[in-house]
Design a protein around this ligand. Structure first.
Ligand SMILES: [Zn+2]
Length: 241
């Protein structure tokens, strides 16, 4: 899609947060970055990550899968009670970029309603599995009232890597308002994922390391909602199939 839009128009759309833009970072004057977790909640890993966030006085946005959230409703409540934000990663981890408009819209409408029934509050954000979205799926998501949120740096924690590699990767693009992608679980076949080989990773230890590395740069972890209380969303054109 992006290749079909001339470069000058793409730049304009980016700087003006055009109608085809997904949130990719936050414009802010505060020393904050946006910490996000995907693919949970997980009864073991999420609990441990929440402990680290509490000890660090950090907040984060958790993009949950309904395959997990409906099994672990109390964990969703625990995330909220910790001052974090809950958002939608989908009814499951199927890629939506090749699905028809109506299918994306209908499955997302029901997932959003089910999640809001658990959280008791409106869900604002959606993150497409694998970061894949087409113009069709993007329009279908927007029609549900959700806003697509992608990312900048990533913690490289859905694949095999050493802790040093993961921390170094997470720091690429570490700046105020950056949205960091990380995971509090692994979405396998049971979640509709397309592979089932979870990496070896201690997610809470990695969280500790990454938060410390960002703090060294003067940056504190915040949920997207929190970061937007003083900042504004920056949108980018993000279409990948
Ligand atoms: Zn995911």
């Amino acid at each position: 899609m992006s290749r079909l839009v001339p470069a000058r128009a793409r730049r304009w759309l980016r700087s003006h947060g055009g109608p085809l833009g997904s949130i990719v970072r936050v414009r802010t004057s505060r020393p904050e970055f946006v910490l996000t977790y995907d693919d949970g909640p997980d009864p073991v890993e999420t609990e441990r990550v929440l402990e680290v966030l509490r000890d660090e006085s950090a907040s984060a946005t958790f993009f949950v899968l309904m395959t997990r959230a409906r099994e672990h409703r109390s964990l969703v409540s625990e995330i909220l009670a910790g001052g974090h934000e809950v958002a939608l990663h989908g009814p499951d981890h199927r890629a939506i970029s090749r699905l028809a408009y109506r299918e994306v819209r209908d499955r997302t409408v029901s997932a959003k309603a089910e999640l809001e029934d658990i959280t008791g509050a409106a869900v604002r954000w959606y993150r497409p599995p694998y970061g894949l979205q087409s113009l069709t799926s993007f329009r279908a998501i927007k029609a549900t009232g959700l806003e697509p949120v992608l990312w900048g740096p990533t913690a490289w924690d859905s694949r095999e890597a050493t802790t040093e590699q993961r921390v170094a990767r997470a720091l690429r693009g570490a700046e105020p308002g950056a949205i960091l992608l990380s995971h509090d679980s692994y979405a396998g076949f049971a979640d509709g994922g397309r592979s089932d080989s979870p990496p070896t990773v201690d997610r809470s230890a990695l969280a500790t390391r990454i938060l410390a590395a960002y703090r060294e740069r003067g940056l504190h972890a915040r949920s997207l909602a929190h970061a937007l209380t003083s900042g504004s969303p920056v949108k980018g054109i993000w279409f990948k199939r």
